[in-house]
Ligand binder design. Structure first.
Ligand code: PLP
Length: 435
């Protein structure tokens, strides 16, 4: 069976004449003959230009938490459109949305808005620097916090010998064009290793403003911090005068109303949220401790022409209301658990060793007996089976990210029929992958 991508392929050729790689974002390029162009989405499904249907577990990298074109949110967005767009002045909804965020996520005592996760994390880091008077920062290896220079650093494991305890792997930029001048400010630490973090902070805390962490790594297979680790991070940050920034851009309003902080019983100094908060409309927020957030207006710059755009804000107001006041998140988690149970039955019946990481609403599928504990673990693993399986799943109309680091996102519209079709397709895809 091969799905025709004739129209997508033609669109790729046309688009490539005007758009580098034929796309608007590098991550959307899947190869010259595999890049898909989408016609529309409804609920848990999307259709490409060739009218191939897909049950979509990417959900735009997470945002479409209620499903595509949710009528409740879209109607609210239309009302937001009616009031006019952007004014370079404030509207009443900023307060109501900030109130809702603070209720759902108590770490966000005060709130500012941004347009994207990147902008929110960038703002959070600047705020931490201003507050502490320090400039460098700690990132967890394998995490992704957006496209800005400070976040685009990787641990170089390819030519590193793990048996060498006397030498840490090098830090390298994700991208050309990231300035060398940033490198001395970056410290990387592996997830789930409090001793290493403590050692780093003992030596360098005089220069470190913040530690950034995604307790469930939404860009690395759902690798999950042990609760004891997150609590140790909190305690070490306090002890060494380092602010804790918890990046809930993917996990916020998804894994729980209060994100990973609610699940793990830890409170950040600054929190960033974005994707699930407006069901796909572009908005993000920075929330934090009052004394830190009040630095805005006392020397810390923050703004943006489109910040708190009336359409995105109205969509956020409705989406957060639904997530807070209905059982949507419980439904989503239950669908995720059912999907994982079904996948487990299929793989167990064929003797395929596997496990899940993360949370049922954003779960990583991993072909090993236990989930990776950090990026080094993930890097050492064999992901060729996942890669081959993902291709077969696409043939079946089950759309997961081809890169196994991206979890499977579940939405409220992934109903019984989506789950049943997914599992039937999964079974056939596994059998072909095993052939
Ligand atoms: N932080 C995390 C944890 C993310 O997953 C992402 C994007 O995937 C970002 C920040 C950047 O968000 P955006 O793509 O909206 O700029």
């Amino acid at each position: 069976m091969t799905r025709s991508l004739a129209r997508s392929n033609a669109q790729f050729r046309r688009a490539s004449t005007r758009l580098p790689l034929g796309v608007a974002s590098n991550f959307r390029y899947w190869g010259d003959d595999r890049t898909i162009y989408i016609k529309r989405g409804r609920g848990g499904r999307i259709w490409d230009l060739d009218d191939n249907p897909y049950i979509d577990y990417r959900l735009g990298y997470g945002p479409a938490i209620l499903g595509y074109a949710d009528p409740r949110v879209d109607e609210a967005a239309r009302q937001g459109m009616d009031i006019g767009g952007v004014f370079a002045l404030s509207t009443e909804r900023e307060f109501t949305v900030a109130e809702r965020i603070a209720k759902m996520m108590p770490a966000a005592e005060l709130v500012r808005f941004s347009n994207s996760g990147t902008e929110a994390v960038m703002a959070a880091l600047r705020l931490a620097r201003a507050y502490t008077g320090k400039e460098s920062y700690v990132l967890v290896e394998g995490s992704y916090h957006g496209l800005f220079d400070a976040a685009m650093w990787l641990v170089a494991l390819d030519d590193w010998d793990p048996s060498r305890t006397d030498r840490e792997p090098a830090v390298m930029p994700y991208s050309q064009g990231v300035p060398e001048a940033v490198r001395p400010l970056v410290h990387l630490t592996p997830m789930n290793d409090a001793n290493r973090l403590e050692d780093l902070l003992r030596r360098k805390s005089h220069e470190i403003a913040a530690m950034l962490i995604e307790p469930i790594m939404g860009n690395c297979c759902g690798i999950t911090a042990d609760i004891a680790y997150v609590r140790a991070v909190r305690e070490l940050c306090d002890r060494y005068g380092v602010l804790l920034i918890i990046d809930e851009v993917k996990s916020g309003f998804r894994v729980a109303r209060g994100g990973t902080q609610e699940l793990m019983g830890v409170t950040a100094d600054i929190t960033t949220v974005a994707k699930a908060m407006a069901n796909g409309y572009p908005i993000a927020a920075i929330g934090g401790r009052e004394d830190i957030m009040r630095r805005y207006g006392r020397g810390v710059a923050h703004g943006g022409t489109y910040t708190a755009h009336s359409v995105a804000l109205a969509a956020a107001e409705k989406t957060l209301e639904i997530l807070d006041e209905t059982a949507a998140l419980e439904t989503i988690a239950a669908y995720g658990r059912r999907l994982q149970a079904g996948i487990k039955r299929i793989l167990d019946a064929r003797g395929v060793v596997h496990c899940f990481a993360g949370h049922p609403s954003m779960g990583g599928l991993f072909f090993a007996a236990t989930p990776p504990r950090d990026y080094r673990d993930w890097k050492r693993s064999d992901y060729s089976f996942y890669d081959a399986l993902a291709r077969e799943l696409h043939e079946e109309g089950v759309l997961c990210e081809p890169d196994s680091r991206e979890p499977w996102f579940i939405c409220e519209a992934h109903d019984d029929s989506c789950l049943a079709e997914t599992l039937a397709g999964f079974e056939r895809a596994v059998d072909r992958t095993l052939e």
